[in-house]
Design a protein around this ligand. Structure first.
Ligand code: CMC
Length: 452
């Protein structure tokens, strides 16, 4: 938001009243183009000496952004103003990448030029192949992704200067183009198969399938239904406002760290089961449920406060309605399974029954817990032939464009400041220092010593 708009929206304000001192403070209100109004507490500490306490940032807008809009109560998701359903119906992933990065849908010429640029950056520096060989074969592909993406800054040193507009743009293009190659190579490495290089005559999603599933000894023909499903998967994962991994990218980038390091940080954050790791966890959960009769037990377990188990693929911090991405995923799952003649897939059967039961359950209704994007995506990916360990990698491939667009937006925002939250300190007060031979022995490490 520019300074001009910033001031313009300050017409409305709230008053914070201190009961003890009788002093009052004005808190201006900012209004974006859509969504709730925002209290501008930037001078709260300077004016009142107080911080705001908001663990998990449930009520905090950490930045202003014009990339993605979500209305979680109505189940709305828009990128640059375009509804996610329109994008998955009419656009392909490369168009959505252009939209997120540049703000508008491309013309035919712009799209061709953009695709050419992305194609030119798809290959990896050949020395990076040696880097892969340093990992154990059984390494989780997300561990490889974090390492290889972080290492890109060592190989593409000419696009690490965040302050240079050309270098910024090249870094974004490199990341979007190379991430699919990096992910596919992580998979090939785990199998011990030769790496497959991308081809210019294939689309982004076709290339991903080709690099993942083809082997040099056999002809590989991309199935158009599967390629379309992958394209939808990538569009649905392209961006999602200020989620944990995107906020991680922004926070890392706010210090001026290079873009490759920032995206590696985002990948690390995405890995967790409460975020991108949920698609993998959904499949493991459906397998554990095993059959439709066992569903009520698992629903009961997920409601038990003394049990850490949660229904994976259910609930969302922002959506208090059906996740619009899950709707598209569900339709796509049916199409993929039909194409692959797996319509009788037992996991799909369990998922459909689980969704039906949970949506009728008082607990889920009251807490507004609906299926999220991860609930059906795993079924699609599994049917296509990806191992579960690759699911979050595919999420990361789709999300890389969102991370880079958000990183670029942050760097170019005149209000950009290093991210530096404060805290509510709850530790010891000041105490006198004791020299070591006066200190009491604590039992903290006794379990370790007893193992010796
Ligand atoms: N199963 C059972 N209970 C749940 C679930 C669930 N999946 N999700 C939330 N709840 C309950 C939770 O126990 C809490 O109950 P109470 O108010 O009695 O303490 C209430 O609903 C609110 O949950 P919360 O943890 O305070 O909500 P949150 O916004 O912090 O968490 C979430 C959101 C996505 C982490 C959570 O719903 C969850 O763990 N879901 C399962 C994991 C999952 O599917 N994650 C993928 C998210 S979508 C992809 C992405 O964006 O990364």
């Amino acid at each position: 938001m520019s300074d001009y708009e910033d001031k313009k929206n300050k017409a409305k304000s709230y008053t914070l009243f201190n009961n003890e001192s009788g002093q009052s403070f004005e808190i201006p209100v900012l209004k974006g183009t859509d969504g709730p109004e925002v209290l501008d507490i930037r001078s709260l500490y300077k004016d009142t000496g107080m911080f705001a306490y908001d663990p998990g940032y449930t009520s905090t807008a950490s930045c202003s952004s014009s990339i993605t809009y979500i209305d979680g109560h109505k189940g709305i998701l828009r990128h640059r103003g375009y509804n996610i359903k329109d994008l998955t119906t009419h656009s392909d992933f490369i168009e959505v990448c252009y939209l997120l990065l540049h703000g508008d849908l491309p013309s035919i010429i712009d799209k061709q030029k953009f695709e050419k640029v992305i194609n030119n950056h798809k290959m990896l520096h050949e020395q990076l192949v040696n880097f892969y060989r340093g990992f154990r074969r059984d390494a989780h592909p997300m561990a490889i992704m974090v390492g290889v993406v972080g290492a890109l800054s060592a190989f593409y040193n000419d696009s690490t200067d965040f302050a240079n507009i050309n270098q910024r743009m090249i870094a974004c293009h490199r990341l979007i183009a190379k991430i699919a190659t990096i992910g596919s190579m992580a998979y090939k490495y785990s199998l011990g198969q030769p790496f497959v290089y991308p081809k210019d005559n294939l689309s982004y999603s076709e290339n991903l399938l080709y690099m993942t599933f083809s082997v040099p000894t056999k002809e590989y023909k991309v199935n158009p239904v599967i390629a379309e499903a992958m394209d939808k998967f990538f569009i649905l994962h392209a961006d999602h406002e200020q989620n944990a991994s995107t906020s991680t990218v922004r926070l890392a980038g706010s210090s001026g760290a290079n873009p490759f390091a920032c995206i590696a940080a985002g990948i690390a954050s995405l890995w967790g089961p409460a975020h991108g790791g949920a698609n993998e966890a959904v499949i493991l959960m459906l397998q554990e449920i095993g059959s439709v009769e066992n569903i009520p037990n698992f629903i009961k377990k997920s409601k038990d406060k003394n049990d850490p188990f949660r229904l994976m693929g259910f609930g969302h911090r922002v959506y208090k309605n059906y996740d619009p991405r899950a709707e598209v995923m569900k339709v796509t799952a049916h199409k993929v399974l039909k194409e692959l003649e797996k319509s009788e897939d037992p996991l799909l059967k369990i998922a459909l029954a689980l969704e039906k039961l949970a949506l009728k359950d008082e607990y889920f209704i009251e807490k507004k817990l609906y299926p999220n994007v991860d609930f059906y995506s795993g079924i699609i990916l599994k049917a296509i032939g990806f191992p579960t360990s690759m699911f979050t990698v595919l999420f990361a491939i789709g999300r890389t464009v969102g991370w880079t667009a958000q990183w670029k937006e942050m760097i170019e925002d005149p209000v950009n400041k290093i991210g530096r939250p404060r805290q509510l300190y709850n530790g010891s007060n000041s105490r006198n220092y004791e020299i070591i031979n006066k200190r009491e022995t604590k039992s903290i490490f006794q379990w370790l010593w007893s193992k010796k």
